[in-house]
Ligand binder design. Structure first.
Ligand code: 6AU
Length: 264
């Protein structure tokens, strides 16, 4: 059930993050709480999928470091599509190093801070190596980067984020820095602050796991029971023979789950 869930309207009123305002406006406009993870390795494959999928999602997630022909022309086209089709660009870089190294990675050959709206960071390196670095980029209008998603829980089997107080400590970093941490990567809702959005990977309607540690569950579990906001779907769509048909199926199921209580 969705009992206790803060409605999208309430969240919109609570959040001060311009990024979350943008995301929530896309959610309402598109009736979608879906982020598509496109883990293809060529720019042509990715851009073709983005053109078709863009209208149905609020975010497109890529891994810039798996793209074999990554180029500035690719990110220019991606930005243009994001502006036209109204989705946010998410580079799932998972930073986890000293603040200085993170800074160099954000501006390095991929120039991530210039084209990504949001990136992921681990919490393992500690608050002082995360917050000041991202704040510098996010507050600088020369960069597109406008928020960070903190990894509080991983979807993988045996993940060490389950150990002791790891998640609790990660949540504390986010709660105290909500001007830059706009969301979590998590399996279940973990913060009392309703302005932080909960993005959840590990969703597949037809399979339970892959051969390398990924664990999937359905949309009802992820949204209604575990109280997440945004579903991140990858291979459930991208490995399918009819990806856009599947995308529409995930979008409808996820949106119905999110808005169930409001519609009852
Ligand atoms: O549905 P899949 O397994 O094909 O794709 C899931 C996507 C992949 C992962 O790199 C990513 O989500 N992911 C993350 C993220 C988003 O940070 C964290 C996690 O715990 N599990 C996970 O699968 O692109």
């Amino acid at each position: 059930t969705n009992a206790g869930r803060t409605s999208l309207q309430e969240r919109e009123a609570l959040t001060t993050s311009p990024l979350n305002h943008k995301i929530i406006s896309f959610m309402k406009k598109k009736s979608s709480n879906l982020c598509l993870a496109i883990d293809y390795t060529t720019t042509e494959q990715i851009l073709q999928m983005v053109e078709k999928a863009g209208p149905f999602v609020v975010a497109i997630k890529v891994h810039s470091d798996i793209i074999t022909d990554f180029s500035e022309s690719f990110t220019q086209q991606l930005v243009q599509l994001a502006n036209n089709l109204e989705f946010i660009i998410f580079d799932d870089r998972k930073f986890a190093d000293t603040g200085n190294t993170t800074k160099l990675q954000l501006t390095g050959p991929f120039k991530i801070a210039e084209w990504a709206d949001v990136v992921t960071t681990h919490a393992v390196q500690g608050v002082d190596s995360i917050v000041p670095v991202f704040r510098e980029f996010i507050n600088n209008p020369a960069y597109r980067l406008s928020g960070v998603l903190l990894i509080a829980q991983l979807s993988t089997k045996g993940s060490l984020t389950n150990i002791h107080e790891y998640t609790k400590k990660a949540v504390q970093i986010a709660d105290e820095n909500r001007d830059i941490v706009s969301g979590f990567i998590t399996q279940t809702r973990i913060s009392e602050f309703s302005d932080i959005l909960n993005w959840t990977p590990g969703v597949n309607l037809d399979a339970k796991n892959d051969s390398t540690g990924q664990q999937w569950r359905g949309v009802e579990q992820a949204i209604e029971i575990q109280q997440n906001d945004i579903v991140i779907v990858g291979r459930g769509v991208t490995s399918s023979k009819e990806p856009i048909q599947q995308l529409k199926r995930y979008r409808q199921t996820a949106w119905e789950s999110l808005t169930k209580e409001e519609n009852e």
